[in-house]
Write a protein that binds this ligand. Structure first.
Ligand code: LLP
Length: 436
């Protein structure tokens, strides 16, 4: 590969082609068509390994629950189970997929700020390990469902830690003015906890927070951790009850472009683990089990998306639009959060970068621009464009806008490939539609 080339992240090249986990991406695009999501299994496993080394093995009595909203498919959940991690789901659909993947019920945590009765019934019936209460209606609801189904439930409370987070406002969740979490108002929070204490069906496990996403600074985690620890102490004082668990959420940032600096897990986790231990020792508390909920950091960098280049429109002195056969329908993040990406021409990896272009999507929407001002070699229709770091919140936020079918997903590992989601067909897209 030529020097000075846009950083290819974790891929390699051979004969001018991009290789991802040993597979030729140009051949893959030819074989399965585009748009195509491709995941390196080895890169996902590498993240799981990093979490083991920097958290699970380093600190006893800890768990990692993969936040499956980042990428929730049967194959991915099987991989997570194989790696012995727990799972966070936030809807009946994510839970349904987990059940289809035979994910062990006791390792599933159910989050969500507006769980429906049907979703809670499904979760309680399956016997999920934790229900993370996120609204004032929920405790009563869970209790009545437990009674009806003769089941028990383990309860955590998601709190709003009231911390400010250095990330895009659209993905901040820990601030006071947030739809997420139970407010830290004693008259609101404690009656809920007391209801759990009073219930035969419910067991109180502890507190949960999630401050925000795509963070490269640990200050929000540290601030929120202090809030949760003080709450644990307050519960001990008020009720002489030692909580069993604290969940510090996810949010660990990844590298989308050269501008991003990815911090290792220990950068976020060492300070909060030290704080937790210190606080417990000082206040004579038992160190609870600490759970984290990373989503993005496990899958983002393992995933790339392949598109075929089509129409090219040059506005001299202004801009050159290079259109691809997908865009906001398979990656809404640029349109929604002004997220930046980078990419390369997968069949011209070694060619000289000779122009600046804007990669535009095919949806009827002006914001459907995938990458702005990207250096590329000369391109023609039929070339394959690969966008890096699309493994999280790409497939999971994909839509059928303009009635574009959802792309296929392929896992690659050591030169072998496996389709884990087939491309949606036109017929599947309209299968629930009824002629009048
Ligand atoms: N736990 C809870 C309760 C969450 O709400 C989230 C993300 C996570 C864990 C995982 O956070 P992560 O480690 O992936 O940052 N669609 C947005 C991200 C929304 C995240 C919402 N909650 C994006 O594409 O940037």
């Amino acid at each position: 590969m030529k020097k000075g080339r846009e950083k290819m992240f974790l891929g390699t090249s051979k004969n001018g082609h991009l290789y991802w986990d040993g597979c030729d991406m140009v051949k893959l695009a030819e074989k399965y068509g585009t748009p195509l999501y491709v995941y390196s299994e080895n890169l996902i496993l590498k993240e799981c390994q990093a979490l083991k080394e920097q958290f699970l093995d380093k600190y006893p009595h800890t768990r990692v629950a993969y936040a499956s909203k980042a990428f929730n498919t049967i194959a991915m959940l099987q991989l997570i189970n194989q790696e012995n991690l727990s799972l966070d789901v936030v809807s009946g659909g994510e839970l349904y997929t987990a059940i289809a993947a035979d994910f062990p019920a006791e390792k599933i945590e159910f989050n969500g700020n507006n769980k429906s009765v049907a979703e809670l019934e499904m979760a309680i019936d399956y016997g999920v390990g934790r229900i993370i209460v996120d609204s004032l209606q929920e405790v009563d609801l869970i209790q009545s469902i437990c009674r009806k189904l003769h089941k028990k439930a383990q309860i955590m409370f998601r709190i709003t830690p009231e911390v400010n987070v250095k990330t895009h406002a659209f993905i901040s969740t820990g601030q006071k003015d947030s739809k997420f979490g139970i407010p830290l108002v004693p008259e609101i929070l404690y009656p809920q906890i007391e209801k759990v204490f009073a219930s035969e069906e419910l067991e109180f496990y502890g507190f949960h927070f999630h401050v925000g996403s795509q963070l490269s600074d640990n200050s929000a985690h540290i601030a929120a951790c202090k809030v949760a620890l003080n709450l644990m102490l307050e519960v001990k004082k008020r009720y002489d009850y030692q909580i069993k668990e604290l969940n510090y959420g996810g949010g660990f940032g990844v590298c989308y472009t050269k501008k991003d600096v990815r911090k290792p897990y220990h950068y976020f986790l060492d300070p909060v683990m030290a704080l937790t231990k210190e606080f417990c020792q000082k206040n004579n508390l038992v160190v609870p089990e600490i759970v984290i909920e990373p989503g993005r950091s496990i899958v983002a960098e393992a995933g790339i998306t392949l598109h075929t280049i089509g129409a090219i429109k040059e506005l001299p002195g202004l801009r050159k639009y290079v259109s691809i056969d997908g865009g906001m329908t398979d990656n809404i993040r640029p349109g929604l959060y002004e997220a930046e990406y980078t990419g390369i021409v997968a069949n011209k990896v070694d060619e000289k970068l000779s122009q600046k272009v804007t990669i535009s999507g095919k949806a009827c929407e002006s914001t459907d621009l995938l990458v702005k001002d990207l250096s590329l070699p000369e391109v023609v229709a039929g070339d394959i464009f690969a966008t890096f770091t699309t493994g999280a919140y790409g497939y999971s936020m994909a839509s059928n806008y303009n009635k574009l079918p959802l792309p296929a997903v392929v896992f690659v590992k050591d030169g072998h490939e496996q389709v884990v989601v087939k491309r949606q067909t036109y017929a599947q897209m309209i299968q629930n539609e009824v002629k009048r």
